[in-house]
Design a protein around this ligand. Structure first.
Ligand code: NDP
Ligand code: ZN
Length: 352
């Protein structure tokens, strides 16, 4: 089986692997469309620690090739939407609702990049198919469904963690595909003013279409000062979907007392998150800081598709580049890595 991934840190390339085996509860899926993600490029660069001989990719829709003997909801030939997080639902942590989507250890549900090969391959393995795979809903295109599996689920989770409500003024740091989905989610939840931080022209256009009222450039002077000035002293709802450790400190600074800071951004293993005690009211400002990982499983992804179908949400707006053919995964992956100014999200039709 052939796939695209990493031989070792900073050494991407094509890999040849043995044919997969399907457990009794599992499925083998042949991808029809995949989307490279920032998390794939971070992983290739060693951002989550050393890894080798790993097929990358965790965003896919496709056809089931094979199901295990105990799978009840699916059969070979079904078209499925595959959440990027596929928890082991037999874990006690999930049954106790302690770790909703992450098995019993951090990132435990992120199996594609964490504990096995990913989806950028001729086929890939999905654990517990009945609980983790979703059928495409009528009225939702495969491209839109592909945007639910990580981008929508993650961006919307930022909005949930920040507890955005009617009329709130919200700041979203980052207008990549994740930040854009956070903007859209905030708007769907009834936010009032949405201030987005970023610079890529293509993304600015979509940010406005999704509901951003203003765009602030972090390259154009002090971000904190710009936000403080335009809001008259900060906001109560802040979502971090881009930037670095400095952004984390800025987010805490611009969030008012009793406000919520929700982080969905990925920090490199080498980074330290720190901020001056004063911006946290010397520890007593009653600001809530939460960081969370993309919820997975069939039900979550079906809910995201319902937002597309019944709310008319246009999830495809973030797709800027469409590639055709298995071998174009390499080009799409490198485009994602370079972050061209006109790029938001590339997708690849596998044609296999
Ligand atoms: P992108 O790289 O496409 O977008 C990042 C955005 O952050 C861009 O708009 C960029 O600006 C902006 N940015 C960069 N530096 C700064 C800065 N110093 N201050 C403010 N904004 C800045 O990333 P994605 O949208 O694909 O992903 C965003 C993050 O979410 C990544 O870290 C990714 O790994 C993570 N992620 C997390 C998941 C989770 O479950 N929590 C799941 C999936 C992804 P510009 O417009 O200038 O490029
Ligand atoms: Zn992703």
């Amino acid at each position: 089986m052939r796939g695209y991934g990493m031989h070792s840190v900073n050494n991407p390339g094509w890999l040849e692997k043995d044919r997969l085996t399907c457990g009794p509860l599992d499925a083998i899926v042949k991808p029809t469309i995949i989307a490279p993600c920032s998390s794939d490029t971070h992983t290739m660069h060693g951002g989550s620690g050393p890894k080798e001989n790993l097929i990358l990719g965790h965003e896919a829709v496709g056809y089931i090739e094979e199901v295990g003997a105990d799978v009840k909801r699916f059969k070979a030939g079904d078209f499925v939407v595959v959440p990027c997080c596929t928890p082991n639902w037999l874990e006690p942590g999930i049954q106790n609702k302690v770790t909703f989507s992450h098995d019993s250890k951090p990132f435990g549900s992120f199996k594609f990049l964490g504990s096995k090969d990913g989806v950028m391959a001729e086929c890939f393995h999905v654990n517990q198919a009945d609980a983790n795979l979703a059928l495409l809903i009528d009225g939702v295109t495969p491209e839109a469904a592909l945007m639910t599996v990580d981008m929508m689920s993650t961006g919307f989770y930022g909005v949930e963690m920040a507890e955005v409500g009617y009329g709130d003024t919200v700041v979203v740091f980052g207008i990549g595909p994740v930040g854009l989905m956070a903007i859209a989610g905030a708007a769907l939840r009834g936010a009032g003013r949405i201030i987005a931080v970023g610079t890529r022209p293509a993304a600015i256009e979509v940010a406005k279409a999704y509901g951003a009222s203003e765009i602030i450039s972090y390259k154009d002077g002090d971000v904190v000062q710009q936000i403080m000035e335009t809001t008259g002293g900060g906001v109560k709802k802040t979502i971090i979907a881009g930037g670095n450790a400095e952004t984390f400190a800025q987010a805490i600074t611009i969030t008012k007392e009793k406000g919520n800071i929700a982080n969905i951004n990925f920090y490199d293993v080498t980074e330290t998150l720190a901020f001056p005690a004063l911006v946290w009211g010397l520890g007593m400002a009653d600001k809530t800081i939460r960081g969370g990982f993309c919820p997975g499983g069939a039900e979550r992804i079906t809910q995201m598709m319902d937002v597309i179908k019944y709310r008319g949400f246009d999830a495809e707006k973030i797709i800027t580049h469409r590639f055709e053919g298995f071998n174009t995964m390499e080009e799409a992956f490198h485009l994602m890595d370079k972050k061209a100014p006109d790029l938001i999200k590339p997708i690849v039709y596998m044609n296999i």
